[in-house]
Design a binder for this molecule. Structure first.
Ligand code: AMP
Ligand code: MG
Length: 402
């Protein structure tokens, strides 16, 4: 059986980033840039004042008694119509263009206005004081945001400064979610004898939505080949299809065989972990259009949720061009002793908190893969290697945010 690492590597190897598209800046938050953005201008575009104060020539200011003549006022968005001459000071506001001849700005707090004149209490002034020079932040021709960069508010602000109203990005993956099982009823219905509500659909939708996917529900397919096949064929129109249930060893676990019938190639079935061992992954290459990724997640809610976090999110990151695609563990110390005994590596729901002594993690009471309720007390998964071991409080463990 594949290890988690081998499974992740196979998923990464078989998944391809989506083809890039042009998008308005207002729709690009959280997407990955698919072009190098080169600045076509200097920033700032002109020498500008960083303070409200007086533009002066430094050589004019010899001491606190030097009086300069106030020759006018310049607010942001305006340009002086003549150079500043020796002995002159020009009132200037933050953002205004430094007039020719001036080489510093003295802030208003250091100025004493005396009728038509001004003197300064700050002593000698250094050349360039309170001036943001043209191109100091960014030069024309420089690559300022490289391809592959995740677009956050700061990148978007910079692209806006450059006048890039649209940018080339990797689009949001379109994902279909399909729940399977004769026992399932929709969330707004009351289950009859032996039935349960379809909670996985809501949970998976939320996990995928939080990862930035455009999620579509295909409802519930009953455990029969015809219904399953029809729903799967619809799901294969999306970049990714996530099924829940029907991948184990039960009599009505029809998902792998039905996917095969629909032309989906199996890449992996079963991974050596807990919860989530029955997980299934395959790919489908339609006659036209990009490759689709298909996950068959085990029906038990915690298995479904853990497999979505580990495996599905990895494929989502590849589709969306994000790096690294694999989940990243952070080290934390156990807050309490913990006894672990399992023949499989296990991801244990836990509560992770930041303390003055660094990250501390506490396993939550958990009754296994069907115990969804326990996950409400958890915000992390602790990775415990296979085997039997007593862990002391303070032991360093690998943790995944959840
Ligand atoms: P399966 O993987 O289909 O054998 O299902 C394993 C367990 O998960 C069974 O107890 C199912 O009733 C339960 N289950 C399957 N699908 C869902 C779902 N969509 N929501 C909640 N529980 C489910
Ligand atoms: Mg089932």
């Amino acid at each position: 059986m594949l290890t988690v690492e081998e499974a992740l590597n196979r998923i990464v190897a078989e998944t391809q980033p989506l083809e890039s598209v042009m998008r308005p800046l207002s729709e690009a938050l959280g997407l990955v840039l698919a072009e190098d953005v080169v600045s076509d201008c200097d920033s700032p575009p002109f020498d500008k004042s960083l303070m409200d104060g007086f533009a002066i020539r430094c050589s004019d200011v010899r001491g606190p008694e030097t009086l300069l003549q106030i020759v006018g006022e310049l607010t942001a968005g305006r340009v002086s119509d003549r150079p500043l001459a020796s002995g002159e000071a020009l009132r200037i506001m933050t953002g205004a263009t430094i007039p020719q001849g001036a080489d510093a700005v003295v802030r208003i707090e250091d100025a004493v206005v005396d009728g038509p004149n001004v003197r300064f209490t700050c002593g000698p002034v250094a050349v360039g004081k309170s001036i943001f020079r043209q191109g100091e932040s960014m030069r024309r021709g420089e690559t300022v945001v490289p391809a592959g960069r995740l677009l956050r508010p700061q990148e978007l602000g910079l692209l806006a400064e450059l006048g890039r109203a649209t940018v080339r990005v990797v689009p949001t993956p379109r994902v279909a979610v399909l729940a399977t099982g004769d026992e399932l009823v929709p969330v707004d219905q009351t289950p009859g004898p032996g039935q349960i509500r379809n909670s996985n659909e809501t949970m998976l939708r939320a996990q995928l939505g939080r990862a930035g996917c455009d999620v579509h529900s295909l409802g519930i397919a009953r455990d029969n080949e015809q219904e399953l096949e029809a729903a799967i064929r619809k799901g294969l129109e999306f970049d990714m299809l996530c099924l829940s249930g029907g991948v184990s060893m039960g009599k009505l676990d029809l998902v792998p065989a039905t996917l095969a019938k629909c032309g989906v190639r199996e890449v992996l079935h079963k991974v050596f972990l807990k919860p989530g061992k029955p997980v299934w992954f395959g790919v489908y290459d339609p006659p036209t259009g990009p490759r689709r990724c298909i996950f068959g997640l085990p029906g038990n809610p915690v298995s479904s949720m853990v497999c979505c976090e580990l495996f599905v999110q990895t494929a989502v990151r590849v589709l969306a061009g994000r790096t690294p695609p694999q989940p990243v563990a952070v080290p934390a110390r156990l807050a309490v002793p913990h006894s672990h005994r399992d023949d499989r590596p296990t991801f244990i729901p836990a509560f992770l908190e930041t303390t003055a002594n660094g990250p501390l993690v506490t396993p939550v009471a958990w009754k296994g893969s069907a115990d969804l309720r326990a996950t409400v007390n958890a915000n992390a998964l602790i990775f415990m290697p296979a085997g039997a071991r007593e862990y002391d409080a303070g032991t360093k463990v690998d943790v995944y945010n959840w």
